[in-house]
Each structure stands twice: as C-alpha cells, then as structure tokens.
Design a protein around this ligand. Structure first.
Ligand code: UTP
Length: 316
C-alpha cells in the first residue's frame, strides 16, 4: 500500500517541489468550550451552516492541498464520518425528491484523499504535529489548525501565498501572522521580525504567550504554517514548555536559533482569523458567518437590530 509520503517522493524527483499535503491537528480536549465539547469535537461545532473543520478543508483545497492528514484522538470519529460519502443519505434525498440538497453535500465528492492518525496523549500542538512524522517523512507540508477559519466563509488564499514564498525563498518555515490588540498578545505566539513588519518578513524570534510588556510585536501566529521536514528534528529536541506541552512555537524558535531561515506572512485585513477555541470568539464567529449567509443573513440582521434596542433579559 502506498503511504501518503511515498506518492510525493516520486513526484518531487520529476518536478519542482509540490506542497499538496496538510496536517490538521484536531486532537485537543477543547476544555474551554465545555460542556459543548464533552462528547463532540470542537472542530465539528457548526459555524453558520458548516462545521468548522469543513471550512478548513475547503480553504486548503482551494490552495492546492489534495491530501489531508488529520491528527485525531478519542471521541473524534464524527470528523471521519463527515468527510465520508454517505450513499444512503444521497439515495434518500433522491427518492424523496430533494435533489437540490445534494449540492450541500458536494464537498463529499471533492478529489481529496483523507488520512487519519492518532495522538494518544494530548501533549500539545507540537506533539500532535510530531505524530504525523512517519506519514509525512521527507516532504514539505502545511499545518492548519482545525479550530481556526481564515476569512469569512474561508475565502482566503493565504496557504497558496505561503507555499509560493516557501518554494521561492527555499526556507524551512513560513508562518501566518495576524495583528492583534496589544492587550491580547499574552494569548498567542508573537513574532519578533528581523527588520520591519512588511507584508512578508524574516523572523528573528517567536515567543509563546509573552506578557503585554515583553511582547516584541503585536503579530500573533495565525493557525497556518508551511514547514520543511526539519521541523521534526526540532520538535524531537523541544522539551515541554508552557503548560507542560510541546509547543510548536518553541520548535520554530529552535529552527531560527540554529540558523535556519523562517519567514512570516501577514494576513490581509479582508481575511481575518476566526478562532473558535473559546466561547467569546465562537459566538462572534457564528454571528459573523450567519450574517454573511446569502439566504438568511439579511433577515438575521433585521432581527438583531430590532432585538438590540429591546431591554435584554439578565445573562445566565
Ligand atoms: P488548543 O491550543 O486550542 O488546545 O489547540 P485544545 O486542547 O484543543 O483546547 P483547550 O485549550 O483545552 O480549550 C489548538 C489546535 O491544536 C489541536 C486542537 O485540536 C486544536 O485544533 N491540538 C491541541 C492537538 O491536536 N493536540 C494537542 O495536544 C493540543
């Protein structure tokens, strides 16, 4: 049987490097969204009409990613089921005369290969990426967090731009960044650009969750990465950091410290990052996407406008 890494090894010899594989870590506990995530993955929570992870896959597909490798854990089976074709549902919709609904299932038939591996213990994002090592082997690859959508309805080509830069510059990592308010820097990995904060810039350092006073910039790591396989060596050498977890940011830091070039790319203002990992941003993301819904958005806007002028009931 051909492993995901083997297909590309052949292709790479005959062509310039093709980056067509993404690792999507979805193994986290999602404790900040309890009880919603007690028995369902946070990555399957609905934002408007679709689960979060479907937006992630659709965004990656439009940036030329054809092979998706999910790093999963206990209780995440619904992700696998979501991307399977469901012939009995298709048949049911046909026999009950609701063919128009089949368009909503078109994603099932995209020419994408799905692979799944398990992270047995939740030892952090860096560890989740390391779980993909034997499948990725010696090819460059994308990492896309399964709980973050880029752009309203995932209309972003950030991964395509990052892939192009990675190949053109021959670097070991390209990381997406989003400018955040200074008082929020302590939540993210923060860039220290080498010289200036242009649209693309070289990284001098990246610091996990710095204090507001110590943060070297307001540029926060934004859930999308392109790596050479050298990142695995760094992850093996990365001890547990903040929270006892193996941090991906610490491994990027090691790349830089050992003299390997790493670049940053800023998200454009029209492609904000929606992180659904906590209730505040999940609620905001849901409202944003529901308002942008072609069919129901305008009526929801009217409802909200009317609702917001009425006195509200006390919060729970
Ligand atoms: P988070 O940092 O939000 O962690 O993960 P979490 O465990 O999912 O959530 P909380 O903090 O308990 O609320 C960012 C992404 O990395 C994945 C998550 O599934 C999410 O998509 N992740 C995180 C893993 O795959 N494994 C881990 O050990 C940690």
């Amino acid at each position: 049987m051909t492993k995901p890494g083997e297909k590309s090894a052949q292709t790479r010899r005959s062509m310039s490097p093709t980056i067509d594989m993404a690792v999507i870590p979805v193994a986290g506990h999602g404790t900040r969204l309890l009880p919603a995530t007690k028995s369902q993955p946070k990555e399957m929570l609905s934002v408007g009409r679709k689960p979060v992870v479907q937006y992630v896959v659709e965004e990656l597909a439009q940036s030329g990613i054809e092979r998706m490798l999910f790093v999963t854990s206990r209780g995440k089976h619904s992700i696998e089921s979501h991307f399977d074709t469901d012939e009995s549902l298709t048949q049911y919709l046909r026999t009950t005369g609701r063919e128009e609904l089949l368009a909503d299932l078109a994603f099932e038939r995209k020419a994408i290969e799905y692979f799944y591996t398990r992270q047995r213990r939740q030892l952090g994002l860096g560890h989740a990426v390391l779980c993909a090592e034997s499948l990725i082997r010696d090819q460059p690859f994308v990492v896309a967090l399964g709980d973050s959508i880029i752009g309203v309805h995932a209309q972003s080509d950030i991964v395509q731009r990052m892939k192009e830069l990675f190949v053109k510059e021959g670097v070991d990592a390209v990381v997406a960044f989003e400018e955040v308010p200074r008082e929020e820097v302590f939540r993210y990995g923060i860039a220290q650009p080498k010289d200036g904060e242009a649209e693309t810039f070289e990284l001098a350092d990246v610091v996990e969750k710095p204090s507001v006073q110590d943060a070297p910039s307001r540029l926060a790591v934004a859930a999308r990465y392109v790596f050479s396989p050298r990142i695995f060596q760094m992850l093996h050498a990365t001890p547990p950091g903040k929270g006892g977890e193996i941090q991906l940011t610490d491994a990027i830091r090691q790349l830089i410290q050992r003299g390997h070039r790493c670049l940053g790319v800023r998200l454009r203002p029209d492609e904000p990052r929606f992180d659904i990992g906590n209730f505040e941003s999940y609620f905001q993301t849901f409202v944003e996407f529901a308002l942008a819904d072609r069919e129901y958005g305008p009526a929801l806007r009217q409802y909200l406008l009317a609702r917001l002028v009425k006195p509200s009931s006390p919060p729970e």
